[in-house]
Design a protein around this ligand. Structure first.
Ligand code: GLP
Length: 248
């Protein structure tokens, strides 16, 4: 038994949280591993059941651990963070985090732009655009369902590309000569239902993050309007905020 330090400014449940964090950080307890039961933690560290429970509740709240009813408490897989500063595509995002990107094409077609897409892409509703729906995978696990509506002269040639294997951004730049320059993006909280929940492998009503992104070329012409639905338990949007803009 390793007794936790009783005295001092740090509460005992916090000391236990630090021990658990260290085990996860050093991969002594890898993602998916079951952590010892409350009773075992009490015995091992000479603490009360309440202290063990409080530490676990906090760590579940922090997203380091997750609970499964009747099965126990497990180490969570770290979330994937998208840095909201640079314009990167899914493939690039995953690779920069040593995660293997993947895609399953759900539908690929030429399609008459609906009002939302037409408005964002500055087209007349009903104009033919290329529409691609993909399930995006991270290390073979479903992470997002993404619909990309793309408009440029000759965008129908994208129908012949293999978008299960290739990055859309990469194709637009390298094969079609577009210069992707900037994007506007919104992020909202939603719940997944029906097909979305099934595709993402989550329960009906589980939380998701929905983004809408309009990507522009160097002449500020909109090229792509994408709506993506990310698993709320797997993804973090990260942004760095400055109080003062250096340029002013
Ligand atoms: C992100 C963006 C989409 C874009 C996609 C391209 O997910 N939200 O707007 O279509 O990246 O990803 P890739 O280049 O991997 O096809």
């Amino acid at each position: 038994m390793t007794n936790l330090v009783k005295a001092g400014p740090l509460p005992r449940y916090y000391q236990l949280m630090e021990i658990v964090r260290e085990k996860v950080r050093t991969s002594a307890w890898p993602p998916g591993a079951a952590i010892p039961s409350e009773r075992d933690l009490c015995e091992q560290y000479g603490i009360s059941r309440m202290t063990a429970r409080q530490a676990i509740v906090e760590l579940v709240h922090d997203g380091l651990l997750y609970r499964e009813q009747g099965r126990g408490t497990f180490v969570a897989t770290p979330r994937i963070a998208q840095h909201l500063l640079s314009l990167t595509g899914f493939t690039q995002d995953m690779r920069s985090r040593d995660v293997q990107p993947g895609a399953k094409v759900l539908t690929v077609e030429m399609w008459p732009a609906d009002d939302a897409a037409a408005d964002r892409l500055r087209l007349k509703p009903g104009s033919p655009v290329f529409r691609l729906r993909r399930l995006r995978l991270a290390d073979a696990e479903p992470l997002a369902v993404e619909t990309s509506v793309v408009s440029f002269l000759g965008c129908d040639r994208l129908l012949d590309d293999n978008l299960a294997e290739e990055s859309l951004y990469h194709l637009l730049e390298s094969k079609y000569g577009l210069v992707l320059d900037q994007a506007d993006q919104e992020v909202e909280a939603h719940s997944a239902f029906g097909e979305q929940a099934t595709l993402l492998g989550i329960a009906e009503g589980a939380p998701v993050l929905r983004t809408r992104r309009v990507t522009y070329d160097a002449r500020h012409q909109p090229v792509e309007y994408a709506t993506s639905v990310y698993r709320g338990d797997k993804y973090t949007f990260y942004t760095h905020l400055r109080r003062h803009d250096d340029s002013s």
